[in-house]
Design a protein around this ligand. Sequence first.
Ligand SMILES: CC(C)(COP(=O)(O)OP(=O)(O)OC[C@H]1O[C@@H](n2cnc3c(N)ncnc32)[C@H](O)[C@@H]1OP(=O)(O)O)[C@@H](O)C(=O)NCCC(=O)NCCS
Length: 194
Amino acid sequence: MIIDRTRVLRTPRLVLRTFEQGDLDSLHAIRSREDVNRYLYSSPLSRDETAAKLSTRIEQHSTLAEPGDTLLLAVALRGPDGEAGEVIGDVNLEWQHGDHRQAEVGYVLHPEHAGRGFATEATRPLIDLAFTELGVHRVCGRLDGRNAASARVLEKLGMRREAHLRENEYVKGEWTDEVVYAVLVREWEGAASL
Ligand SMILES: CC(C)(COP(=O)(O)OP(=O)(O)OC[C@H]1O[C@@H](n2cnc3c(N)ncnc32)[C@H](O)[C@@H]1OP(=O)(O)O)[C@@H](O)C(=O)NCCC(=O)NCCS
């Protein structure tokens, strides 16, 4: 087991921890919003749908043991004691199947906490973990071509814009563009040593 439920990641302002049943209100406050879902594959969730999503996260996405696993962590503000406080979003790391040593990151933040660098700060340790502990060769991020805030997050993380695919997906009743960003392990290590 590389990551289990006991693992907590800390950044200067945030604590990343696995989800718990007590996170239902916080998760629903985010996932029920129209604006949050605008450029996601999902639509606003009912409370029951959020509860089902939370259970899946707890049961299936709290550990990383082998390629094919996806880790989904709650992003909490660090309280005065340094411990996890209010949950303001989530980040995920998908360790992809196969021999190619690839991974993908994703993130969702409550709009009330947007624009303060939290998504960038929360995603950095997951990329680091992918390279240093999973032995991944390349980490990517994919987004709707209109999602400028998400593109900016990946640029701030040092990722390269590799592709802009024109209307390659049909999402929620419309053709959408997909943009792909990525960083290689040597680029990540090179940036860290600067
Ligand atoms: C995308 C998202 C995660 C960004 O979270 P965040 O905590 O605000 O991100 P950060 O503060 O780390 O960085 C956001 C950057 O985008 C910029 N930005 C925000 N809105 C923008 C817009 N409409 N156009 C261009 N840039 C924008 C911010 O200014 C900031 O850049 P800066 O630090 O250079 O000023 C958040 O808006 C979100 O959860 N959206 C809904 C879910 C989603 O779309 N997730 C991504 C799926 S790919």
